[in-house]
Design a protein around this ligand. Structure first.
Ligand SMILES: Nc1ncnc2c1ncn2[C@@H]1O[C@H](COP(=O)(O)OP(=O)(O)OP(=O)(O)O)[C@@H](O)[C@H]1O
Ligand SMILES: N[C@@H](CCO)C(=O)O
Length: 305
C-alpha cells in the first residue's frame, strides 16, 4: 500500500462533493510507490455507481503536472485505455488536497496480474506500437528523460567498483545522442497495467512519459516483462513482445535496442538506489535495486558482445 498523505473520510467526501460525487467507501491502492492513491466507491448525481481514483502527487507541482494531464486526455480521446482526468465544478482538472496537487480520475476496470505469458507479451508489444504512433502535436512539453538520466548520474558513485566506470561510459554515450521524438510511456512495468478477461484494460502511470526513442520504451518494458528472477533475458518472451510490436506497425533499430536495454537497466538500478520518495511513507517504499543490478549485468554483457 502506498499512502504518504493520509485522508479522512470527511476530507475525501468534501473533495468528491466539489465534483458532484457522493463518497461511499475508499481504500489506499496496493501498488505504486511514488504518489498517494485512493481507490474510491462513489455515486454520481443520478445515484449511479462511480468508481474513481484520487491521486495526490508527492513530488510534482501543479505546473509540472499540467502536461501529463493534457497527455492523458489526448490519449483517452485516441482510444487508448488510459484514465482522462475529471474536472470539478470550476472546470479544473487539478485541485489542491492537503497542500499538494491532486487529480480525480475514473477507475478503469480490471485487476493487476503479474503473470507473464507469450500472449500477454504480444499484447504489451501491440499496445506500445499504438502508443508510439500517437500524434504529439497537441501536447504540452514533457520533461525529457535525458535530464532525468543526468540527475540519476549523480548516483553512479553508489555502484560497485567493477561496474562504475562501464556504467558511466554507457550513460555518457547515450546522453551524447540527440533525444528521439516519439511519445513513450517510460515505465511500462507489470504494475502499470490492468487486465480483464485476458485482455489489457488499463495502462496507468504516465508520469515518466516523454519524447524519446521507441527502443528506449521497449527496453524499459522488456527489462520488466521478459527476464527471469536472475535478471536473465527470456528469449521467447522478448520475441513475442517484439512480434506484437512489429505486427502493429512498430519499427525498431536492433543495435539501438541493445544499447537501450543496458541504459534502461542502469536507469532503474540508479533510481532504486536513490531511495524512497519520502521517509514518512506508509507504503511499500522503494523497490529492490539488486533486481536491476542483475538485469544490468546481463544487458551490459550482451552489449559488449
Ligand atoms: N485510473 C485508475 N484505474 C484503476 N486503478 C488505478 C487507476 N489509477 C491508479 N490505480 C491503481 O493505483 C495504483 C497506484 O497508481 P500509480 O501507478 O499511478 O501510483 P504511483 O505511486 O505513481 O506508482 P508507481 O510507483 O508505479 O510510479 C495502480 O497500480 C493501480 O492499482
Ligand atoms: N517502475 C519503477 C518505479 C516507478 O517509476 C521501478 O520499478 O523502479
Amino acid at each position: 500500500m502506498s499512502v504518504y498523505t493520509p485522508l479522512s473520510h470527511s476530507q475525501l467526501a468534501l473533495v468528491l462533493d466539489s465534483y458532484g460525487y457522493r463518497l461511499l467507501d475508499f481504500r489506499a491502492a496496493s501498488h505504486g510507490i511514488e504518489n498517494s492513491t485512493f481507490l474510491i466507491e462513489a455515486q454520481d448525481r443520478h445515484q449511479q455507481p462511480a468508481p474513481l481514483v484520487l491521486t495526490i502527487f508527492e513530488t510534482l507541482d501543479h505546473d509540472a503536472l499540467a502536461p501529463y494531464l493534457v497527455l492523458l486526455g489526448h490519449l483517452a480521446e485516441q482510444g487508448l485505455p488510459v484514465p482522462a482526468p475529471l474536472t470539478d465544478h470550476h472546470g479544473q482538472d487539478q485541485i489542491t488536497v492537503a497542500g499538494k496537487p491532486a487529480v480525480l480520475m475514473p477507475r478503469l476496470p480490471g485487476e493487476h496480474d503479474f503473470a507473464v505469458d507469450l500472449d500477454r507479451c504480444r499484447q504489451v508489444g501491440a499496445l506500445l506500437a499504438r502508443l508510439h504512433r500517437c500524434d504529439t502535436g497537441a501536447l504540452l512539453a514533457l520533461p525529457d528523460e535525458r535530464r532525468r538520466l543526468e540527475t540519476l548520474a549523480t548516483q553512479l558513485n553508489q555502484l560497485p567498483d567493477d561496474h562504475r566506470e562501464g556504467a558511466r561510459a554507457l550513460l555518457s554515450d547515450w546522453q551524447a545522442r540527440p533525444a528521439g521524438t516519439t511519445l513513450i510511456h517510460g515505465d511500462l512495468f507489470r504494475d502499470n497495467l490492468l487486465w480483464q478477461q485476458g485482455r489489457i484494460s488499463a495502462l496507468l502511470d504516465f508520469y515518466n512519459a516523454c519524447l524519446d526513442y521507441p527502443e528506449y520504451d521497449l527496453a524499459v518494458t522488456l527489462n520488466d516483462w521478459c527476464v527471469d528472477s536472475n535478471g536473465k533475458p527470456v528469449a521467447a518472451r522478448e520475441q513475442a513482445l517484439l512480434e506484437g510490436y512489429r505486427e502493429h506497425g512498430g519499427q525498431l533499430d536492433d543495435s539501438l535496442l541493445l544499447e537501450a536495454l543496458a541504459v534502461a537497466a542502469l536507469r532503474f538500478w540508479l533510481s532504486r538506489l536513490a531511495g524512497p520518495v519520502s521517509e514518512y511513507s506508509e507504503g511499500q517504499g522503494s523497490k529492490d535495486p539488486e533486481e536491476f543490478a542483475r538485469i544490468f549485468q546481463w544487458r551490459i554483457g550482451a552489449l559488449a558482445g
